[in-house]
Design a protein around this ligand. Structure first.
Ligand code: ATP
Ligand code: IPE
Length: 260
């Protein structure tokens, strides 16, 4: 059975500084994944390789003026560069993997991902070469282009590969009742449902064009179901991802019961 993991942009990069890669953290996380000996599929976010320029040029709004075109190409280049670094970490940890840029093989339609041809991804996975997808600028039939987030790709891959467990790795211990970086008294929510999500406050993250932590929880709830756990865990704490993967109890937030 397979575990689907998203390495969030807030853990693999410094989201405040353009193109800052957290090499040590990524290499540790890749080793934790390899040592868990579980069958996994990895998606990653864009962090400061995507959000900084995407926000400056309003790429999430689609094509408005041709000044955005060079920025769209630049962001595609930058997130491919980031993805090579992540895949390098996986290969060094002994996990065969290949970067699959969503903007080069899928399109969107009004912000919705249209992934008609999945043969190559499925074939790679069945060969044992992990296809690694990531948040990218993707062309859009209606808007010219748009941003496809790693969280959208998680939902897509969740449908395609039916993982037993879904894990989002971020830089916080889980979901709090308010942003823990701004409120030291924020309280961690161990289990979240549609009903309890309404009580959560989110300060949208630094330069995040894809919705922040509440949007992430909504997609986690959509992916959660009768028998599927969907967990948010802190990747900056050494060993925590490994413990979660091997089935130990860890500090985290579990989304349950689907999105009402
Ligand atoms: P992403 O989508 O960038 O991959 P990520 O998955 O790592 O990146 P973010 O979308 O950046 O995660 O969300 C995590 C951030 O959300 C945390 O760094 C935290 O500061 C912020 N945040 C805001 N409100 C909350 C909240 N109520 N609970 C937890 N984190 C919150
Ligand atoms: C965003 O992807 C993609 C771009 C800005 C090009 P994500 O939304 O998955 O990235 P993170 O994880 O929040 O950094």
């Amino acid at each position: 059975m397979m575990i689907l993991i998203k390495l969030g942009g807030s853990v693999i990069t410094d989201k405040r500084r353009y193109r800052t890669f957290n090499e040590e953290t990524v290499s540790r996380l890749c080793n934790e994944i390899a040592e868990s000996d579980r069958s996994v599929l990895i998606v990653h976010g864009a962090g400061s390789f995507g959000h900084v320029l995407a926000k400056r040029y309003a790429l999430q709004d689609g094509l408005i003026d041709y000044g955005q075109v060079a920025a769209a190409a630049r962001v595609q280049h930058d997130v491919r560069d980031l993805s090579s670094k992540v895949v390098d970490g996986l290969l060094k940890a002994g996990i065969p993997a290949v970067s699959v840029p969503p903007g080069s093989c899928f399109v969107m339609d009004g912000g919705r991902l249209v992934a008609e041809d999945t043969e190559a991804i499925r074939a790679l996975a069945s060969l044992g070469i992990m296809p690694v997808l990531f948040g990218d600028v993707v062309t859009d039939r209606k808007k010219g282009f748009g941003i496809c987030s790693g969280d959208q790709l998680m939902e897509f891959l969740g449908g395609l590969f039916k993982p037993e467990k879904v894990v989002f790795v971020s830089d916080v211990d889980g979901l709090y009742d308010k942003d823990p970086k701004e409120h030291p008294d924020a309280v961690l929510i161990a289990e979240v449902t549609s009903a309890t999500l309404a009580e959560v406050e989110s300060g949208i993250g630094v330069d995040d064009v894809t919705g922040g932590v509440v949007a992430k929880m909504e997609s986690m709830l959509r992916m959660s179901g009768d028998s599927r756990e969907c967990v948010l865990v802190n990747g900056n704490v050494p060993g925590r991802l490994h413990s979660l993967l091997v089935g130990e109890e860890v500090i985290s937030t579990t989304a349950k019961g689907g999105l009402a």
